[in-house]
Design a protein around this ligand. Structure first.
Ligand code: TA6
Length: 286
């Protein structure tokens, strides 16, 4: 049983670590503790990555698993000009601990950048744990390091590779309520099977812990089990929005769907001093 963690220089000279477990591999950029590749069989890429993605300091990678933290979406505070989805995804992380065993390979990274916004200095600490075995696990572990209560939102903004997004199914979404960003965040109920044929940006409320991503064309189906999330965000930008994003290749929208366990909008967690909170997910081919 081959398992290892090694540090390397990846795209555009960016530092990264590679986890291997048997034939499986995962590539994690230290900036943003960003999982950019997961090959469960060592050959098939399970995560979508834009052909025009940036690999540069201070720029988030379009694809893989960007970390939205300490907020998801727009900033709720009064201060202006705060980056969408927070600042962890462009922060520096360092490898603090790893294990390579015959049942899993694990790496733990810690955010070492100072918060770029003064009101967030010395408030929260973030560690990210990534586990590779038959599946891929990732957990965001947030600790309130201040002496006051702190609100934190987050999401694991996972871009899944699919054969044809118009044919994918996520059966467990049927019947759930969701806030639709495309329709002013009004609340609707998912009537019938979920499907994508236009811009889709839905925050499903109180979702089940387990959902499945069914890809009928490839037969590559996944079980996605989340913990700590109050919401599940599902996003596809569709053609017009994909074209507007320079780091999103124009046709890429047909082969990706984001399924994101989140604490979104008003569902932020309120942490007492020293309190710890974990948001995570495990993805397993089925
Ligand atoms: O998770 C869906 C979403 O909030 C969309 O509304 C869209 O903004 C997407 O995230 C991508 O955001 P980004 O800041 O990575 O371009």
């Amino acid at each position: 049983m081959q398992s290892a963690v090694r540090q390397l220089t990846a795209n555009n000279g960016q530092p990264a670590i590679e986890l291997t477990f048997d034939s499986a591999s995962a590539l994690v950029y230290l900036q943003g503790a960003h999982v950019a590749s997961w090959k469960s069989d060592g050959i098939t890429e399970m995560l979508w990555l834009s052909e025009t993605a940036n690999f540069a300091p201070g720029k988030s990678i379009r694809g893989g698993i960007p970390i939205c933290w300490p907020w998801f979406g727009g900033y709720w505070g009064e201060e202006p000009d705060r980056a969408q989805h927070g600042f962890a995804r462009v922060a520096d992380f360092e490898l603090v601990d790893f294990e390579a065993t015959d049942i899993f390979t694990r790496a733990r990274l810690r955010m070492v950048s100072d918060a770029p916004y003064p009101e967030w200095s010395n408030r929260l600490a973030l560690e990210v744990e990534i586990v590779l075995s038959d599946g891929l696990g990732i957990e965001l572990i947030t600790t309130n390091t201040s002496d006051e209560t702190v609100e934190v939102g987050a999401a694991l903004h996972t871009y899944f590779q699919v054969s044809d997004v118009t044919r994918v199914q996520i059966p467990e979404l049927m019947g759930l309520s969701y806030k639709d960003k495309v329709r002013d965040f009004d609340t609707f109920v998912q009537e019938g099977e979920f499907s994508v044929s236009e811009e889709t940006d839905r925050i499903f409320l109180d979702p089940p812990a387990k959902v499945h991503l069914i890809d009928p064309q490839s037969g590559q189906n996944l079980k996605i089990e989340s913990l700590g999330n109050t919401d599940l965000v599902v996003w596809n930008p569709w053609a017009e929005n994909a074209k507007k994003m320079p780091d999103f290749d124009d046709q890429g929208y047909l082969n990706m769907i984001c399924i994101e366990p989140a604490n979104a909008l008003d569902n932020r967690k309120v942490l007492r001093p020293e309190q710890r909170f974990t948001l995570g997910k495990t993805i397993l081919p089925v």
